[in-house]
Design a protein around this ligand. Sequence first.
Ligand SMILES: Cc1cc2nc3c(=O)[nH]c(=O)nc-3n(C[C@H](O)[C@H](O)[C@H](O)COP(=O)(O)OP(=O)(O)OC[C@H]3O[C@@H](n4cnc5c(N)ncnc54)[C@H](O)[C@@H]3O)c2cc1C
Length: 379
Amino acid sequence: MDFGLSEEHRIFESMVKKFVEKEIQPIAEEYDIKEEYPMHLWPRMSEIGLLGCKLPEEYGGTPADNFNLVIVAEEIGKVCPGVFAGLGVHSYIATPYIDLFGTKEQKEKYIPPSIKGDEIWAIAITEPNAGSDVTNITTTAVKDGDGWVINGTKMFITNGTICKHVVVVCATEKGRSKKGKTLFIVHKDTPGFSVSRKLKKLGFRASDTAELVFEDCRVPNENMLGEYGKGFYHVMKGLVQERIITAAMGVGMGQACLELSLKYAKERVQFDKPIGSFQATGFKLVDMAIEVCAARQLTYMAAWKDNMGQDSVTEVSMAKLFAAETATRAALNAVQIFGGYGLMMEYTVQRFYRDTKLLEIGAGTSEIQREIILRRLGF
Ligand SMILES: Cc1cc2nc3c(=O)[nH]c(=O)nc-3n(C[C@H](O)[C@H](O)[C@H](O)COP(=O)(O)OP(=O)(O)OC[C@H]3O[C@@H](n4cnc5c(N)ncnc54)[C@H](O)[C@@H]3O)c2cc1C
């Protein structure tokens, strides 16, 4: 079942595949080793319309729906998830907050340079002591004359060192209430804003991750994004799209592990037979194929429900959870199928082994997805 993918989606998919093969595949290992984001890709991704997907045409955006984002996440995820992380956070997570919740002035000012790839965005929710529990954030924004003064620390922020603007979730009222949170836009050159450290990671090394500090960082009133006190609810809305693309990345990564393992299991001979012909190996391939197929169907179903404007929270959590766990299992089995070579840095499966784990942690952990689904089941 293809959930109604159109001819346009197929043309888009083939364009993305070509781009990934030509521009990303050749540099995937290099940027993983360098632990750097390939900055030269931004204008190229802009040229082919990847940065404007689903954003308003009047600001340079490209007509698209969730399927387009799923295609981009799956295709880049297959080759270099770190590259998708930077793109995804910029174009499909952070900039949409401006589109969804921004004023006309904010949209006119910020969306066109974002789509051109001239100004990169990040979103800062997580803090050293507040991850899954967003109500517990302690970065404060205090009203001061015609502006707000922000103080606090944000942790694990994708695009942290390369961004020009950050959407920052702040506590504007004391206590853990969902109603006391508000979003602000902070420009990187604002006095009091600093990148305290670039973080070194196990996986997703081609993405840029940093800790950000706000010390008496003053922003004008016009930098408030969305409604006062609605920040928590804005974040929950944004998480739907974030989880759909994370699920799609998982599908791509699972598919890559399957393809690499299949090829190797046909070529590698032990006891005079290709190792795939031993049931113990062959069944691993079978399970991978089934799970990746199921993860893809769940992801498309979640994307489709959200495209239709239906309540998709349950399906989105199911897809995100299942695709993430499918990808980690696939990577684990891929390394096993490759034997000792699976642990060698020159074989790509080790990178997927390191990269897949993030999918079970970012955009709400697997445990949090299970909690959401449990509540939707009536508990
Ligand atoms: C590479 C990377 C990039 C990231 N990018 C961004 C970004 O751009 N912006 C941003 O804001 N954040 C970002 N994050 C943060 C990410 O969203 C958090 O790591 C995630 O939400 C989990 O929070 P935590 O790490 O503090 O873990 P915790 O919330 O401390 O969780 C630790 C463990 O406790 C479990 N747990 C917590 N609460 C419950 C519960 N109620 N029930 C059951 N189990 C529970 C969790 O499932 C987990 O296993 C990024 C993280 C990484 C690693």
